[in-house]
Design a protein around this ligand. Structure first.
Ligand code: PRT
Ligand code: ZN
Length: 312
């Protein structure tokens, strides 16, 4: 929930904020915490955590971590207390829309593949919803008042926004709102509260925010190295190494069926000249349908394996 107390200027983490090192703020605990840690860990950033658990000293790179609540991450990055922050796009956007400064508080350096969700409007399941106009003159409960207001303005709607700190889905049942704008992932919570999703206001994943305070040349070089590793790690997540046997005459058609693959390697098979082995890195999800299509085209002994690391 993006409802944090403003960060006092005096709360600068100067003990930790070494000008010769990069600071990245990530969520201490919660839905993005493990994935953020694991992403950086897989990029080779190994940290020693302080006793209070709030700070991680990067042993392998001049990069330190701050472990804080997700709501505080945009403010830390905006104020330059952290050079980068990993947070949901929803939280970053809500903060950016609340900023009074005309200068953007930060930029989005990278979109990540985890933390996928959407901010949606939901109404009671028995409401006869015909489109955004059905929201006119209603009261909408949300922890995202700025993003919700932007949606209402876009559709020229006159609706009241009730800003809540949490448990938004209870508001219609308690009679304090007619509709809600809340984060949805599987839709289970909405269904459990007899609500139905009627509008998706924004889609979100975790993103890496970058402070508008410039980095020194040396630190920018470190950041570039780290982002190259992040790119490779994200690519690896989507990539699979596929090995299969194919009839010599079907190599081209089978290669075309491999999702997101470049030219495969074609290798001879011992004891036969009719069939060859094909090895390829597929950069898209390899689904059962792909395997079935490969088999129908003559492939056999199909193996799909994870890729550990990749540097292109
Ligand atoms: O303690 P801290 O303040 O750091 O964390 P928090 O409790 O405010 O946030 P947290 O950890 O719950 O979520 C962090 C971020 O994860 C969010 O800002 C989103 O970007 C992302 N995310 C992804 C989600 C969800 N999926 C999600 N399902 N955030 C919240 N939910 C909640 C939602 O609020 C609702 O209550 O899950 C419920 C809906 O889930 P479904 O699956 O039932 O639809
Ligand atoms: Zn939060």
């Amino acid at each position: 929930m993006p409802n944090s107390t403003p960060l006092p200027k005096t709360a600068r983490v100067t003990n930790y904020n070494d000008p010769d090192r990069i600071t990245i703020a990530i969520q201490k605990s919660g839905r993005l915490a493990d994935s953020s840690r694991s992403l950086l860990d897989r990029c080779g950033l190994h940290v020693t955590r302080s006793k209070d658990g709030l700070f991680g000293y990067g042993e392998s790179m001049p990069v330190d971590l701050l472990f804080i609540r997700d709501d505080d991450i945009p403010a830390f990055v905006a104020d330059g207390h952290a050079d980068f922050g990993i947070v949901g796009r929803n939280v970053a956007e809500e903060f950016a829309l609340s900023a009074t400064d005309s200068r953007p508080p930060f930029s989005v350096r990278k979109s990540l593949s985890f933390g996928a969700c959407r901010l949606s409007i939901a109404v009671g399941e028995d409401v006869d919803y015909v489109g955004p106009s059905s929201l006119d003159n209603l009261r909408i409960a949300t922890t995202y008042p700025n993003i919700t207001r932007r949606f209402l303005e876009l559709h020229n709607l006159d609706a009241d926004i009730a800003t809540l700190a949490g448990s938004v889905e209870l508001a219609p049942r308690l009679g304090s709102a007619d509709a809600i704008a809340d984060i949805v992932s599987t839709g289970r919570t909405l269904r459990a509260h007899h609500l139905k999703e009627v509008e998706v206001i924004m889609r979100s994943t975790a993103v890496v925010l970058q402070s508008s305070e410039p980095l020194t040349d040396d630190l920018e070089a470190v950041a570039k190295r780290l982002f190259l590793r992040i790119d490779s790690t994200l690519r690896v997540d989507e990539s699979k190494y596929v090995m299969l046997h194919a009839p010599v005459g079907a190599v081209d058609s089978i290669a075309e069926l491999l999702p997101g693959a470049e030219q495969p390697s074609v290798l001879p098979l011992a004891g036969t000249s009719d069939r060859v082995a094909l090895h390829a890195v597929c950069r898209e999800a390899v689904l059962w349908e792909h395997l079935e299509n490969l088999k129908s085209a003559g492939a056999s002994a199909i193996l799909v394996m994870p890729v550990e690391r990749m540097l292109l």
